[in-house]
Design a protein around this ligand. Structure first.
Ligand code: DWN
Length: 396
């Protein structure tokens, strides 16, 4: 049974950056109610009513996974590790974005699946790229009895697909006998611990725990045999999954991770009710910080036009009165307006100027990288604001 525990209000699609803020284009904006539920039998946390993926993964998808050094390095490292450990002949990536993971492999080994046509166009000339949604039909088109994948990799994508049963059935069909599915997604443990409620937006249909993944993959004759806690995206989990009959034994690490999650009561509804109370408190404290600074005539901007910050700004109703603009390195976000609150997005080269007093860390998950990059801003007295794990001003 699904039980609701969090209501983040009326929200736009986090990817719907607007080219114009004219009345005509604002009238076309799509909104939905962002409610989050807990399944008392599978322990899966999900958006109560997912949005139709065809509205989300269009030829105007804005996010480029290769925009940060942190992610470029992280993908290179895991690509090399998988290559050395499993010696794969065929590697498929589901949700290949701009190719930041596959670029670490020779062309002949790679199959890429990417439903956003503008992204698929980036990789299609070098790598065999299928501009489609991952499902059984596509699996049947790509694979056969004699052609299977040794590694299926998917970062920040499986949590975006509403139909998990079909997704994992299609993966089971596509994997070789001892093939391994490696998935990375934000971890529920970190979300609860850091109060990072902004990990909930239309695309994050699920926020996984190891407990829930183990339950879900079982239904498709797959087995979660290992996992790693990783630091990317503010705390993620890397899951290793194989066919039931594959040679891999369940590791000590996966048992320990599940034990840790149980100790944190991730299998109990009461945990989520408590989380929901903390989210409300976080909202009111963040609004207080913004209003206090604005009353002192401070210039506040936001750093990183993230999908996550779309949830915050629309839930907390933090808009143009409180934030002058948002800076983002992604060229195709610059010159646009954020979903719902319509805050202008500009380049950091223009936006990180002497007039800025405070910058809200929309990309708080890259705090280390950003603080390193913005030494000059900090040196001249500029400060960052964050809401993770609780709203506060960072002075160093
Ligand atoms: O799952 C998803 C994650 C992985 O990526 C998606 N559904 C969409 C997207 O979500 P996000 O926007 O919350 O992700 P990021 O990776 O936190 O976005 C960072 C943004 O900040 C990018 O637009 C790039 C920008 N940025 C910047 O302007 N200066 C990032 C860094 C590190 C910087 O120095």
């Amino acid at each position: 049974m699904k039980k609701k525990f969090l209501n983040l209000g009326i929200q736009p699609l986090a990817n719907s950056f607007l080219s114009s803020n004219s009345k005509k284009s604002l009238a076309k904006e799509f909104f939905y109610n962002l409610e989050v539920s807990f399944n008392t039998s599978s322990y899966l946390v999900s958006i109560s009513k997912p949005v139709n993926p065809k509205l989300q993964y269009t030829d105007k998808y804005a996010h480029r996974a290769s925009e940060s050094i942190t992610m470029r390095n992280a993908f290179k490292k895991i690509a090399n590790r998988l290559n050395e450990k499993y010696l794969p002949k065929i590697v498929m990536e589901i949700g290949s974005n701009d190719g930041v993971f596959i670029r670490n492999f020779p062309k002949k080994k790679i199959l890429a699946v990417e439903p956003c046509k503008n992204l698929a166009n980036i990789t299609k000339n070098k790598y065999k790229t299928f501009p489609n949604f991952w499902n059984k039909k596509l699996a049947n088109k790509i694979f056969s009895k004699s052609k299977k994948a040794d590694i299926i990799f998917s970062a920040n994508t499986i949590s975006h697909i509403p139909n998990l049963k079909e997704t994992f059935d299609a993966i089971e069909f596509s994997l070789s006998e001892n093939g391994v599915l490696v998935i990375e997604d934000p971890s529920l443990y970190s979300v609860i611990k850091n109060n990072s409620y902004d990990q909930f937006y239309d695309e994050h249909v699920y926020v996984f725990s190891a407990i829930s993944v183990a339950n879900i993959v079982k239904k498709s004759n797959l087995r979660l045999f290992d996992a790693e806690e990783i630091t990317t995206h503010g705390g993620s989990m890397r899951f290793y999954i194989c066919k039931n009959s594959a040679k891999y034994k369940n590791t000590k690490k996966i048992k320990l991770i599940i034990k840790k999650e149980k100790k944190a009561n991730l299998h109990k509804f009461s945990t989520y009710l408590e989380f929901s109370k903390r989210v409300k408190k976080s909202k009111s404290n963040l609004i207080k910080i913004f209003k206090r600074l604005k009353n002192k005539n401070k210039n506040i901007i936001s750093y990183g036009a993230t999908y996550k910050s779309s949830t915050i700004f629309n839930y907390c109703k933090i808009g143009k009165k409180l934030i002058n603009y948002i800076t983002d390195t992604t060229l195709n976000k610059q010159g646009k307006f954020t979903p719902g609150q319509h805050i202008p997005i500009i380049s950091p080269a223009v936006g990180m100027n002497d007039k800025v007093d405070y910058a809200f860390l929309g990309a708080w998950n890259f705090k280390k990288e950003i603080l390193k990059k913005e030494k000059e801003f900090i040196r001249r007295g500029g400060k960052f604001i964050t809401h993770v794990p609780s709203p506060r001003i960072i002075s160093k």
